[in-house]
Design a protein around this ligand. Structure first.
Ligand code: XMP
Length: 603
C-alpha cells in the first residue's frame, strides 16, 4: 500500500494499484494537470505534499515535482526533502519544480521581474533521453517569473528559448531532469512525447491504469465497506454523485441503495423529470424526490442581495436534509452515507477550499456530521478525475449525453436571476452606458459586486472582444462588458433597471429563456464547443418588458479561469428571435468578459 499521503477513503488499498509515480505538489492546479496526463498515458499516479519525506517515496518508479506560482526565494514557498534526489529514482522537475531542483542541488536561480507567459520556442542543444525524437525548434508553453541561471554540478544544458537560457537540463547519470516549460499542457506540442520519454524510456514505468478496469475492484470495496449495511445518497443530478450511486447500485442491488433528490423549485425546465427518468433507467427503485419548492421560494421571498440569497439557499439545504435524515431510518446503524467526492476534492490531493465548500456544504448537517464522525461514509470515486469518472459512467451504461452535460451550480436558477430593490436609471459615458445591476467578479482572490458596461458595439466579434478587454482593464468602475444583440423596446436611453424580486413569474421567464438557449445549442452542436453556457435574467428594460437575458457562453478547463466565446451569427440570430418572444423580455445581451475579472455566473 501507499506510504505517501493517504487518501481519506481507504478505498485506494484495493481500488487502485500502488502508484508508480508520485507528483510532489508545489502548486495546486498545476499538479492535478500533470497527474491527469500521467494517468492518461496509462500509468497510475498520485499526488503527495511537496515535503513528503524521501523514505515514504521508496518503491516509486518516478517522481515529478510540479509547477507552482511561488519563487524559491519567498519565505514559506514549497520545498522538498533533498534526499529525494539520492534515492536513485528518476526525478523530473517542471517549472517551479525545475527551479527548486536547481536551487537545492547547487545551481543558481535568478529572480525575474517581468516573467514569460504563453507561447515560446524551444531550441534544443542536446536531446538526451528526455527530448529524444522531438523537434529541434519546438513550440512550448511557458508561465514563470524566475529562471535557472546556472545548472547544478553534474547537469548539462539541453535547451533554451530566446528569453530563458536554461529551459531544460539533465543529469543522465543520476536520472535527474528539469524543464522550465509545461509539458503537461496541450500548447506544448511535443509535451506528450517528453512525458512518455521520461516515464517509459527513463523510468521504466509500465502501463497499469485504465479506470474502466477498476470497476470490479470498486464494487468489491463497496460491499466490504458497507458490510451488510445499506447506502443512501443525496443526489443532485450531477455526474459525480450519479456515477457513485450507480456503482453502489451495481455492487449492492437496488434494494440496498437509496437516492434522495431535493427539488428546490430553482431547477431548469424539465430537470426533475429528467433526473427521475435517468435513475429509473439505471434500475434504481430507491430514488425519491423531496418536493421542497415552497420551502425554498418562501424563504427567498423579497430577498434581493446576492450573498444573502446564497446564504439562505445553503441553510435551506441543511434544514431539508436534516429533516429527511430525522424522519427516515438513515441514522440507525443499518445505513451509511455515499458521496460523489472526486480526487481533486480530497484534501490530501491539495483540494481547494472552494471545491470543499461546493461539494460538502451539506456536511454542516448535524446528522451528516455524526455519520462522518462514526466513519459511516463511502466515497467510491475519491481516487478518480472527472474524465475518469465519465469513462466509468460510460462503462456502467449511463448515457453519454448525461455524462457530458455542462456543469450547473447547486443554488440553481436563483443565482442567475438578478434582482433590484429600486428602479435605477442607466448612465451614459463615452464608451456606452453603465447599467447599475450588481454583478459579481473576481479581483485577486476576492469576489466583489460592480455595475456592468453596455458597450456600443461594432460589426465584428474580434473588434468587440478587443474593445471589451481594453475597457475592462482600464477601470474598476464596472466588472463586465456586454453587448446588446436584439431588443423589443428602446432605444437604449429609454431603458432602466427595474424594481424586481425573486418571484415565481421571473423564475418562469428565466426557465423559458434558458430552455430556448439549451435547445438551440443542442440542435446546432454549439453545446459541444463550449464548457458552460449560463443564461442570466437581469432586471433591465421597461414597464412593458421588465427583464433582459444575458448570454454567457464560455470556454474553460476547470472553471477557475474562462474565456467568453463568440457565437456563429446564424445561431445568434435564431436565438435572438426566439428569446424576444418570451413574454416580458426586453433585450438580449451578450457577455464579452473573460474570467478574471468577470466570474462565469453573475452572482
Ligand atoms: P464562477 O461563477 O465562480 O463559477 O466563475 C465557476 C464554476 O462554479 C460553478 N458555481 C457553483 N457550483 N455551487 C456549485 O455547485 C455554487 O454555489 C456555485 N457557484 C458557482 C459555476 O457554475 C461554474 O461552473
Amino acid at each position: 500500500m501507499s506510504l505517501a499521503a493517504p487518501v481519506s477513503d481507504t478505498a485506494r488499498i484495493t481500488t487502485a494499484p500502488d502508484p508508480q509515480v508520485t507528483v510532489l505538489d508545489a502548486g495546486g492546479q498545476y499538479c492535478h494537470l500533470i497527474t491527469r496526463k500521467v494517468r492518461d498515458l496509462g500509468v497510475y499516479a498520485e499526488i503527495a505534499p511537496s515535503e513528503t519525506p524521501a523514505a515514504n517515496l521508496i518503491g516509486r518508479k518516478a517522481i515529478i515535482i510540479s509547477g507552482g506560482p511561488s519563487s524559491v526565494y519567498e519565505s514559506g514557498s514549497p520545498t522538498m526533502d533533498p534526499a529525494v534526489f539520492s534515492l536513485g529514482i528518476p526525478v523530473l522537475g517542471i517549472c517551479y519544480g525545475h527551479q527548486l531542483m536547481a536551487y537545492l542541488l547547487g545551481g543558481q536561480v535568478d529572480k525575474g521581474d517581468r516573467g514569460e507567459y504563453g507561447f515560446a520556442h524551444l531550441d534544443v542543444a542536446e536531446y538526451g533521453p528526455l527530448l529524444a525524437g522531438t523537434g529541434a525548434r519546438q513550440q512550448i508553453w511557458m508561465s514563470h517569473r524566475d529562471v535557472v541561471g546556472a545548472v547544478p554540478p553534474g547537469f548539462e544544458l539541453l535547451a533554451s528559448t530566446d528569453t530563458c537560457g536554461i529551459a531544460a537540463m539533465a543529469d543522465d547519470a543520476r536520472k535527474l531532469y528539469g524543464v522550465q516549460f509545461h509539458p503537461e499542457v496541450a500548447h506544448t506540442v511535443w509535451g506528450r512525447n517528453i512525458l512518455t520519454n521520461f516515464l517509459f524510456g527513463i523510468a521504466g514505468c509500465q502501463t497499469d491504469w485504465n479506470p474502466k478496469d477498476r470497476i470490479p475492484a470498486i464494487e468489491a470495496r463497496i460491499r466490504d465497506v458497507a458490510a451488510g449495511r445499506n447506502i443512501f445518497f443525496f443526489v443532485s443530478g450531477g455526474v459525480d454523485s450519479t456515477v457513485a450511486y450507480t456503482l453502489c447500485l451495481k455492487a449492492l442491488g437496488a434494494e440496498r441503495v437509496r437516492g434522495l433528490y431535493v427539488d428546490t423549485g430553482l431547477m431548469r425546465e424539465g430537470e426533475t423529470e429528467y433526473v427521475r427518468e435517468l435513475f429509473a433507467s439505471l434500475g434504481s427503485s430507491g430514488f425519491a424526490v423531496e418536493d421542497a419548492q415552497e420551502r425554498f421560494l418562501g424563504a427567498l421571498e423579497g430577498v434581493v442581495e446576492p450573498e444573502q440569497k446564497r446564504g439562505i439557499i445553503g441553510q435551506k439545504f441543511v434544514d431539508v436534509q436534516e429533516g429527511i435524515l430525522q424522519s427516515g431510518p438513515f441514522l440507525d446503524g443499518r445505513w451509511i452515507l455515499g458521496q460523489g467526492t472526486i480526487y481533486p476534492d480530497t484534501i490530501e490531493s491539495g483540494g481547494t477550499a472552494k471545491a470543499d465548500l461546493i461539494k460538502t456544504h451539506h456536511n454542516r448537517v448535524a446528522g451528516i456530521q455524526r455519520l462522518i464522525e462514526e466513519n459511516r461514509i463511502i466515497e467510491p470515486l475519491s481516487l478518480f478525475y472527472k474524465d475518469e469518472v465519465r469513462e466509468i459512467g460510460e462503462e456502467l451504461g449511463i448515457p453519454a449525453e448525461f455524462l457530458h452535460r455542462h456543469p450547473f451550480p447547486g443554488p440553481g436558477l436563483a443565482i442567475r436571476c438578478l434582482c433590484s430593490e429600486a428602479e435605477l436609471p442607466i448612465q451614459e459615458i463615452s464608451d456606452g452606458w453603465i447599467v447599475p445591476v450588481h454583478s459579481v467578479g473576481v479581483q485577486g482572490d476576492s469576489r466583489s459586486y460592480r455595475p456592468v458596461l453596455l458597450m456600443s458595439g461594432r460589426a465584428n466579434w474580434e473588434a468587440n472582444y478587443l474593445d471589451a478587454t481594453r475597457l475592462i482593464n482600464s477601470t474598476t468602475a464596472y466588472n463586465r462588458v456586454v453587448l446588446m444583440t436584439a431588443a423589443n423596446d428602446g432605444p437604449v436611453p429609454e431603458l432602466y433597471v427595474t424594481r424586481s424580486a425573486l418571484t415565481a413569474e421571473r423564475l418562469d421567464r428565466l426557465r423559458a429563456a434558458d430552455a430556448i438557449v439549451r435547445r438551440l445549442c443542442h440542435e446546432s452542436g454549439f453545446e459541444g464547443q463550449v464548457w458552460q453556457f449560463p443564461a442570466i435574467l437581469i432586471p433591465f428594460g421597461t414597464a412593458r418588458y421588465p427583464d433582459s437575458v444575458v448570454l454567457r457562453p464560455v470556454h474553460s478547463v476547470d472553471g477557475m479561469t474562462a474565456q467568453s466565446v463568440g457565437m456563429p451569427d446564424a445561431l445568434l440570430l435564431q436565438m435572438n428571435q426566439e428569446l424576444l418572444k418570451v413574454p416580458g423580455l426586453c433585450a438580449v445581451l451578450y457577455d464579452l468578459t473573460h474570467k478574471p475579472p468577470g466570474t462565469i455566473e453573475w452572482e
